[in-house]
Design a protein around this ligand. Sequence first.
Ligand code: RNT
Ligand code: ZN
Length: 419
Amino acid sequence: MKNCEQNAFALACERYAALNVDVEKALATAATVPISLQCWQGDDVAGFESKGSLSGGIAATGNYPGKARTADELRADLEQALALLPGRHRVSLHAIYADYEGPGVPRDELAPEHFQNWIDWARARGLGLDFNPTCFSHPLAADGLTLAHPDAATRAFWIRHCQGSRRIAAAMGRALGTPAVTNFWIPDGSKDTPADRYGSRERLVQSLDEVFAEKISPAENLDAVESKLFGIGLESYTVGSHEFYMGYALSRGKLLCLDSGHFHPTETISDKISAALLFFPELLLHVSRGVRWDSDHVVALNDELQALMFELVRCDALDRVHIGLDFFDASINRVAAWVIGTRNTRKALLAALLEPREELRRLEAEGDFTGRLALMEEFKTMPLGAVWNEFCRRQEVPGDGAWMPILRKYEAGVLAARQ
Ligand code: RNT
Ligand code: ZN
């Protein structure tokens, strides 16, 4: 078997070399690009704050056994997932995952000390951390409005929470020596047609300006804002639409976050990358998979994921685009969901790095669109799998076909004991 795999890799290298593709270079780059794992896949976006239910127009469906109930369990699950993932990683935390002893702290009083356990854990494992204020699953977000709320006191509460979140993120960035990307996503919108859209959007601008008033070094924290098309129960209007945040982020020097599940079904974020990169120094991605009403299915190795990774590589933008994951599925083994979605993301990245870019550009420049199409199509059946398994071997993680047995053991041992 070992010999077969080595032969398969050697043959694959020959095929790519014939197209002038440097496989070694692709392997080296694929290993260094960080992918940020969303902590919330581990427990259906529940967090440790209360027993309240998930709100904000998002939903995790399913009740697969074994979900993490404590920060220690969540970290154990993350470690199991990370052990099966090649390449560099970060972990993205939400404010509701604060981990501390003693009485509960209101969200607008959360501070770096409530995340010290996470920081210590990340430092010990060489992981960077990213952060998200949690503007949902809370009584003050019950009517679907937070930073755009008409009530000034409610708005002020969420502003304080978002301000505190930036300080928490900066502490993480400082402690770990790599800036945390703090992503601001709010659910604000309405189920039915509003009479005054301008007012709520104007309030959101004012709230965000207050949130970002404090100067924080980009060496410690980077702010991103995330748009959305609609949420469940918020079908008619979203305050933070794509145009809203394009304008806001551009005028305020913030990162634009593009979530692949947040646009019309035939509208893809892959096409937005090159346009946005001409105006934004940096972007954040929420790599996800929209299926009908749900924007958060586990990332599959499909055409859109591949198109997205092609764009990052073709635009030479791997150092300007932060890759974060954003899916949550409670209907399958949650640790496996991380592994499947993350491996797919990096596999698509590796495929993009193996693209015969120069040859395709040459054909395009010469107006040979027939040749371009022929090569793009034939590229799809190039021996990516052999290169991927070699990549996993060098990164000292199991190749395809070899990680699932490890996870089944983890499920039978650790997860089953959580009943
Ligand atoms: C919701 C947004 C947001 C959340 C996370 C949990 O539609 O995509 O990014 O999924 O913050
Ligand atoms: Zn998202």
